[in-house]
Design a binder for this molecule. Structure first.
Ligand code: C2E
Ligand code: CA
Ligand code: CA
Length: 309
């Protein structure tokens, strides 16, 4: 910068870009960042009306109990259909958070996922439940629980058919504030999964006090299972921990048969990843289930069979 104002403006640009890349990092300003920020600004203005224009869709990735070839649930993953472009959440969720739109989008996702689940149930498609990703920031809003309960009522789905996925690291960072809300969700019958589990430094004593139903092993551990004995030990202890606490355990990001076999050998049977299927539209998922001879599942929650594991 030739003067103080310019220097400060460029530092500010570099800081915004660093924040978008996940924060907690050092970045030296580059002219290209200015360009990128202008692009983001355009996206952000378009994002403001994304819900009114019906441009958000949910894709679904199955979670499979590999012992019986059953779908034990699906994870809803948000996509933004912008003209012919499909944007992933990594591109627009941070922008939505900046402009405070993420709460409305998250509540839309819960409602949309439950409506889809309802349609599947009526059509006899054996999918017992749906998981929706929510941020811990959103969890602290009183509107979240209310929105979830309204969506459950409107679709007449049992609360246990809905799982909210929260990343372990965000939960742990704010655990004392988050705990009461988790218990409220639990009381309402909604299930909770800790996402990207393994790198968030959960203390075991908190885990025993937390109304969590599921741990999802972070993809990082899964992909390094074979080559890194250290990672193998981590995964083995996570699985043992889940067993001891009677929690469901899901291995995610499974891309190769070897990874599947290792996880199964370690005692993790519920798996999710490209090996089985990428996230896809509801219609594609139905076709995929027929083509892959997916067995009728553990039944709909509340139908006499138990959901989850
Ligand atoms: P996540 O919750 O950990 O979701 C898993 C991500 O890994 C998804 O990326 C999924 O497409 C991808 N994935 C699944 N299987 C594999 C695999 O075998 N290999 C590899 N390399 N990747 C795999 P996606 O859809 O781009 O979502 C990224 C993140 O964005 C999600 O991570 C989640 O944290 C967030 N996200 C997605 N949808 C929502 C949403 O509706 N609300 C909020 N707040 N966040 C969302
Ligand atoms: Ca997730
Ligand atoms: Ca994850």
């Amino acid at each position: 910068g030739r003067n103080f104002e310019m220097l400060l403006a460029k530092a500010d640009v570099a800081m915004s870009v660093a924040r978008q890349q996940g924060g907690n990092r050092l970045l030296v300003y580059d002219d290209a960042y200015g360009e990128q920020l202008r692009g983001d600004f355009e996206l952000q203005s378009a994002l403001a009306t994304v819900l009114d224009r019906n441009e958000l869709v949910l894709h679904y990735q199955p979670i499979i109990d590999t012992r019986y070839n059953r779908v034990v649930g699906v994870e809803a993953l948000m996509r933004w259909m912008r003209g012919s472009q499909m944007l992933s959440p990594g591109k627009f969720i941070p922008l939505a958070e900046d402009s405070g739109l993420d709460f409305r989008m998250g509540e839309w996702a819960i409602s949309e996922a439950l409506q889809q689940l309802r349609r599947w149930q009526l059509a006899g498609v054996p999918i017992p439940g749906v998981s929706v990703n929510v941020s811990v920031r959103h969890l602290r809003q009183p509107t979240l629980l209310r929105a979830a309960q309204q969506a459950l009522e409107a679709t007449e789905m049992p609360a246990s058919a809905l799982t909210l996925e929260l990343t372990e690291i965000d939960v742990m960072r704010d655990i004392e504030n988050v705990l009461p809300t988790l218990w409220e969700l639990k009381k309402a019958g909604i299930r909770i999964a800790l996402d990207d589990f393994g790198s968030g430094f959960s203390s075991v004593s908190y885990l025993t006090r937390m109304p969590v139903d599921t741990l999802k092993i972070d993809r990082v551990f899964v992909s390094e299972l074979e080559n890194d004995i250290g990672q193998l030990k981590v995964v083995r202890s996570i699985i043992a921990l889940a067993g001891a606490l009677d929690l469901q355990i899901i291995g995610e990001g499974v891309e190769r048969t070897e990874e599947m076999h290792m996880l199964q050998k370690l005692g993790c049977q519920d798996l999710q990843g490209y090996l089985f299927s990428k996230p896809m539209t509801a219609a594609q998922l139905e076709r995929w289930m027929t083509e892959n001879h997916i067995m009728p599942g553990r039944g709909w929650p509340g139908e006499g069979t138990t959901a989850g594991s």
